[in-house]
Design a protein around this ligand. Sequence first.
Ligand SMILES: Nc1ncnc2c1ncn2[C@@H]1O[C@H](COP(=O)(O)OP(=O)(O)OP(=O)(O)O)[C@@H](O)[C@H]1O
Ligand SMILES: [Mg+2]
Length: 316
Amino acid sequence: MEFITRNPRMQELLDQAGKLARSEHTVLLQGESGTGKERLADYIHRHSHRANGPFVKVDCATVPDNLWESELFGYAKGAFTGANREGKLGKFDLAAGGTIFLDEIGEVPLPIQAKLLRVLQDKTFDPVGAVETRRADSRVIAATNRELGTLKNTGQFREDLYYRLNVLQLTLPPLRERKEDIELLTQEMLTRQMERGVLPPNLMAEAIAALLLYDWPGNIRELENALKRALLLAGPYGPIDRRHLPPEVAGCLVEASPPVPFKRYIKSAELHLIRWALSACHNDRTRAAKFLGLSRAALYKKLKQYPEFATNSSGE
Ligand SMILES: Nc1ncnc2c1ncn2[C@@H]1O[C@H](COP(=O)(O)OP(=O)(O)OP(=O)(O)O)[C@@H](O)[C@H]1O
Ligand SMILES: [Mg+2]
């Protein structure tokens, strides 16, 4: 699983993530829903010394209150009636030698927060009904789309755990603040939906413009769903046009037009289209010109207007 981005802020974040990955410290990932927190956790795991060990996810939003302890720490033989006779391994056992990913950590109830703090501080935990304390040998990565600071201030999140987690914190920017990633992500996600070796359908300029203008409150996950839907509606040979996009996405074309100065709008659409064509054609400028229905000379003239293409001479 690649981590796709061409946004400078994201690239810096990935660079930091790579450095943090090599330490054993707990990392907290923050970001709106669908920004790629789980993907980043996976990236950190794969770049850590524990890459060959397991990556175990705990979805903290779905654990029933009475099962928290046995889920995380397991239980000993015959710990309680109805329990499996052999006992059960908890997630901290399963993650031994690897990484445990605590997703939506803001949902963990207060009594369990105290136990998590102990694991983080002393690296020990007690399975339910066990006599012996066990050592935790896993790296912890936590994620949240809620403001942990606010939860702390309202008493829903322990202060000590908050400060413990907040030391190494990475915040994923929402997709609307890194729109240059939309093109790459779209291509990757469409390709992933196709059978091996089959090229995804083309997108009409209008559809591209709508994808770039829309604000994506559900971030990459919403983009992914919109593209799956578009592919179903347009069929494998496409092309995908605005009618195949969800109404709220297609609709922003109309809404955006009046307040946007015409020339600036056209310029930015042009730049996006050129980037799109170059990346679709692997930077081969001759093919990109064909892709856009321009002559080579016309494309070169346009490229000269944008400093970002000046240094990159590949494909010439
Ligand atoms: N940089 C990326 N490159 C490619 N795909 C990505 C990237 N970031 C996220 N995705 C994809 O977008 C979707 C959402 O990502 P992910 O599940 O990591 O987000 P999340 O922040 O954990 O979301 P949620 O809050 O909904 O759980 C996934 O299908 C993931 O594979
Ligand atoms: Mg997630």
